[in-house]
Write a protein that binds this ligand. Sequence first.
Ligand SMILES: Cc1cc2nc3c(=O)[nH]c(=O)nc-3n(C[C@H](O)[C@H](O)[C@H](O)COP(=O)(O)O)c2cc1C
Length: 301
Amino acid sequence: MENDRNLSNRKAPNRMENITQIILDRFSCRTYNEKPLSTENRSLLELYVQNLNLGPFGSKAKFYLVAATEVDNSSLQELGTYGFIQGATAYVIGTISPEGKNLEDYGFLMEKIILYATSLGLGTCWLGGSFTRSTFSQKIKAELGEIIPAVTPIGNYIDLKQAREGLLRKRINADQRLSWDKLFFIDTFGSPLTKQQAGKWETALEMVRRGPSASNKQPWRIVQKDGNFHFYLQRTKGYREGIIIRFLGVQDIQRLDSGIAMCHFELTAREQNLPGQWIDLDPKIEMPDDLTEYVVSWIAK
Ligand SMILES: Cc1cc2nc3c(=O)[nH]c(=O)nc-3n(C[C@H](O)[C@H](O)[C@H](O)COP(=O)(O)O)c2cc1C
């Protein structure tokens, strides 16, 4: 059967060339045209998601494409998104092991899937809160202990321009991003990093800045020190304790944002032939407040 997980020795062709363009093309699409994915896109996505099993911190992940077909479009009817998503005919649902930096790993891997779908000309939307966990979990027969931190619909746009200008995107200022001096620093949190100081790393940092984040809070902070990049999460005050977040049973959602930032940084750096690797090497830089925590470092080679 096509959607059995038995294709893992085959690889989806890598279409992720020009990663910066793909990152800039992505946006949260909440309305789709109800047409099932083409057979080709379905197979490409199935292959791609089946091969993403390990995050940069080593957590084990499994991703599934659940897609309606021309013949059977009933398969998604019970999946609920509280009305946030309309017309979707496919979802990627993933699970991750419960310990360690699992949410960062999940953010990293799911964002790769989202960018791959974008490269195929498809719309996506991270959903960390607005989906009914129990029905999505039943759909993929998740095992006890496996968690589903977030999902994404995948589908064809109705009208690209209209989708980009959706009401909800306007309301949450989805196109706005914090400026460099709020996000990137050199040596200490007190000194903003300029684009000149970033030099050849400017694009990789800019791609972090352009990334999606839960409620567009952009909690990533990066300190450049001795040619390396130290990633931090500056949590949004009160966000985790918010009534809606608690009601929806959402995980520590901003940790997913850290994984997304790592994904954008690494893919851009690799495309620009800037080698390096992720290492847990806390440089013990003084924190600006107690909402900020160290995540990981990109050690340039
Ligand atoms: C981890 C994560 C969880 C999100 N959860 C939701 C959600 O539950 N519902 C929703 O409508 N949008 C959700 N979003 C989308 C964000 O609101 C969106 O990425 C942000 O506003 C920036 O807009 P853009 O993606 O169009 O660039 C989520 C995004 C991320 C990264």
